[in-house]
Design a protein around this ligand. Structure first.
Ligand SMILES: [Zn+2]
Length: 386
């Protein structure tokens, strides 16, 4: 028996070209097999198949989005709305109390899969979590080994130790599974000499890198002249820290890190020149709007990245600064936040295509004849259309 249905959505994005508004996907079911038979404007699909029963209107239909930046091992951290500096202090306390680790990462993975996402960019701080992610049968993406090391005197030892770990982790990579990456935490929590060596390593080994950049509004003052609350906090860890006198993005460019094309996370406090540099370097940027709001970090200039053609993906960041790991929630929040400054279809495209690009993966797509299991049906549109 053949059953045919028309799935409608405010945005239909099949992974190719421009997302369609008021789109539809016609699906045919024969036995257990469901196949896409048409993707177009709802009106056009209706004219081609006038007999089809119509679904409720979903917000979007697309290939599955990716969560391009999170910290799964913090999934047991209580959600906080505090300043960035106080958040870092809370993460340190939560870690010291022993609540960070494998059990939390397992909860996070279960939540991700439940939300229909199996592609993730995760920041990893323990060998156990790294091994778990690399061996997970359903996950894809990148597990980035995180390094925080402020004192340049430690650089050689930390570099050698990191290379050894990465080599061991890489033996656990499986085709089609999670890949090993590296995350020097931020331009101010990794010494210049170590950051430079990591960038060279990333280029040599084709190792994906992810760095938190320009997240807090205080990061600019810190790098400019070593002033502000972030400096006060850093001083407690490493009193000799010296500012470069440059903006965070310009600093990374100056020391050759952008040439390794790292994925840059947050990127809220940037100038147009920073955005141009990132575009020239070919880096992908990850936007975490709910975390930025929770930690009072300001609004990401979505329109500026759009103007310069920078590829942007979405990440939830950790459960400590985000109420869920859902990218649907992230996009819904971004829609309200950016309002008329962001085209709604471009938000969906970023969640799918940008998220995969941020992790070095080929973005998924679906066309006529493909299995309908590959469709991600976003939640139904509210009666108000919101
Ligand atoms: Zn993060």
């Amino acid at each position: 028996m053949i059953d045919r249905r028309l799935l409608r959505a405010e945005i239909v994005y099949n992974g190719l070209g421009t997302p369609r508004t008021e789109g539809a996907v016609a699906v045919q079911q024969i036995g257990a097999e469901q196949t896409v038979i048409m993707v177009d404007k709802a009106q056009t699909v209706r004219e081609s198949f006038p007999e089809l029963s119509e679904s409720d209107v979903f917000f979007a239909i697309s290939p599955p989005p990716a969560n391009a930046h999170t910290h799964l091992d913090l999934s047991h951290m209580p959600y906080l709305e505090v300043t960035y500096e106080n958040f870092l202090r809370s993460v340190v306390a939560h870690t010291r109390a022993g609540h960070r680790g494998l059990e939390a990462a397992k909860s996070g993975v279960a939540e991700l899969l439940e939300s229909g996402i199996d592609v993730v960019g995760d920041i990893v701080t323990s060998e156990q979590v790294m091994e778990y992610l690399l061996q997970h049968p359903r996950l894809r993406g990148v597990a980035y080994w995180e390094v925080v090391s402020l004192d340049p005197v430690e650089a050689d030892r930390v570099f050698d130790d990191t290379v050894k770990r990465l080599e061991a982790f890489r033996t656990l990579e499986r085709p089609g599974g999670v890949k090993v990456g590296l995350s020097p935490h931020s331009p101010h929590t990794v010494s210049t000499v170590l950051m430079t060596r990591f960038a060279a390593l990333s280029r040599r080994l084709n190792l994906p890198m992810q760095i938190h950049v320009a997240e807090s509004p205080h990061e600019v003052a810190l790098h400019r002249d070593g002033s502000g609350p972030l400096m006060e906090m850093l001083r407690t860890f490493y009193p000799a820290w010296q500012p470069s006198g440059r903006r965070p993005v310009d600093y990374l460019k100056h020391i050759g890190v952008l040439e390794a094309r790292p994925t840059l996370v947050h990127m809220v406090h940037v100038t147009e020149e920073d955005v141009r540099e990132v575009q020239r370097a070919g880096c992908v940027v990850v936007h975490c709007p709910r975390s930025n709001r929770a930690l009072d970090c300001g609004r990401f200039p979505w329109e500026l990245y759009g103007k310069h053609g920078v590829t942007v993906g979405f990440g939830s960041d950790s459960r400590g600064s985000s109420p869920s790991l859902s990218i649907e929630d992230e996009v819904a929040f971004a829609r309200g936040l950016h309002a008329e400054k962001a085209n709604v279809g471009s938000l969906v495209r970023a969640a799918v295509k940008g998220g995969h690009r941020a992790l070095g993966l080929t973005p998924p797509r679906f066309v006529r004849g493909d299995a309908a299991e590959g469709l991600h049906l976003w939640r139904r549109r509210l009666p108000s259309g919101g």
